[in-house]
Design a protein around this ligand. Structure first.
Ligand code: ATP
Length: 358
């Protein structure tokens, strides 16, 4: 079951939180809605769930598997919701929390007591919390509570799962464990899921599709690889991953950023002389002890080697500070130390002039 969103806007007072947004959430996939605070992620999620109404616009629609649900109440949309703050019922055991949605079903569709018991046991196994059904939420860790919240959402067998910053309130390690767990769980269940996050690493690691939002609009959508390696806009380039930014100017046939000069033929004439921004990812900065053509001279300012790669802070001759990232092997080869002079050449660059990508 896919979710189709068409021309959705949402205005709060005079503020446009969503601006004519259209999007398809593909069936059976885990899609991440990624964007800075205030970009409209939660608003969109709540509109899909039916917890918020979009602006009245005859061209807008929300379809679940081809069927419009725009007029349907949240209860009739068959959506499971998991919030950032464990919305568990504090006075109910884990078992009763998970069983809640089943127990409150109209009697005609309500499963029997033994069916409910079986279903809850199955879900406790799925969330790897077998044997703690009798505990109260206060006796669980934050990560365990979020898993229970997920089991509770899954109990009623929703067609879709919407997760709003589900791991936002947890510490880094638990967060990482839970995101891997969510990915594995999704591979088992294949339930069409949409989860909101402002953490780009989380979005890139976990999802099949990433939708990047900014100011109520979609900047780019695609696979994690696509948005990381082929950012469509300057905003996406900046927002995803670490990046070095250099300011310069576009001249005839070239872009000049201090000592860095890059070939730029085929640029529209009206962009010449305009301010340009050059983006280079730290891992695409090649450091060498030799002065190759096109490289810039820089001095090692700081080395941070405690990690999977080595981060080196450098300062160019014209005073620009930037970062390069290299393997430990290459770092040892180069025998880098503080204050050493090196030559740096960018392997892959992106240049933006106004809204145009060179
Ligand atoms: P965060 O990551 O901080 O949760 P978000 O991307 O989910 O941000 P939203 O919660 O969707 O953003 O909010 C989008 C914008 O709409 C924000 O500027 C917010 O202040 C505004 N907004 C959201 N709900 C309301 C409301 N009920 N009344 C007025 N303004 C609102």
């Amino acid at each position: 079951m896919a979710i189709e969103i068409e021309n959705i806007s949402k205005t709060f007072g005079s503020f446009k939180a969503l601006n004519n947004l259209s999007l398809i959430i593909p069936e059976g996939k885990l899609t991440a809605l990624l964007g800075p605070s205030g970009s409209g992620k939660t608003t969109l999620l709540r509109i899909i769930a039916g917890l918020e109404t979009p602006d009245n616009n005859p061209d807008s629609d929300i379809r679940f598997n081809g069927q419009s649900v725009a007029e349907r109440h949240a209860r009739e949309r068959g959506v499971g919701f998991v919030f950032q703050h464990y919305a568990l019922f504090r006075h109910m055991s884990v078992f009763d929390n998970i069983a809640f949605g089943l127990k409150v079903k109209p009697w005609r569709s309500r499963p029997s007591r033994s069916e409910i018991k079986d279903k809850v046991s199955e879900l406790l196994k799925l969330i790897q919390l077998e044997g703690i059904g009798n505990r109260m939420p206060s006796q669980l860790s934050g990560g365990q509570r979020q898993r229970v919240a997920l089991a509770r959402a899954l109990a009623v067998e929703p067609k879709f799962l919407l997760l709003d910053e589900p791991f936002g309130a947890l510490d880094t390690k638990v967060r990482q464990d839970l995101r891997n767990w969510l990915r594995k769980l999704h591979d088992e269940l294949h339930i069409t899921s949409l989860f909101v996050t402002h953490d780009q690493e989380e979005a890139l690691e976990v999802s099949d599709k990433v939708v990047i939002m900014n100011k109520g609009r979609i900047e780019q959508e695609g696979s994690p690889e696509e948005v990381f390696h082929n950012p469509a806009t300057e905003f996406v380039m900046n927002f995803i991953g670490h990046v070095n930014l250099f300011h310069g100017r576009l001249e005839k046939g070239k872009a000049v950023f201090g000592k860095i000069v890059i070939d730029a033929a085929d640029v529209p004439a009206d962009k010449l002389g305009k301010d340009a921004r050059l983006f280079i990812r730290p891992f695409e900065m090649e450091i060498s002890s030799l002065n190759a053509e096109g490289s810039i001279k820089a001095k090692v300012e700081r080395i941070q080697a405690a990690g999977v790669s080595v981060k080196v802070e450098l300062k160019s001759e014209d005073g620009k500070v930037f970062t390069a990232e290299l393997t430990h092997e290459r770092f040892r080869e180069l025998q880098l130390v503080k204050d050493m002079e090196v030559f740096v050449s960018p392997r892959n660059t992106r240049i933006f002039v106004e809204d145009y990508q060179v």
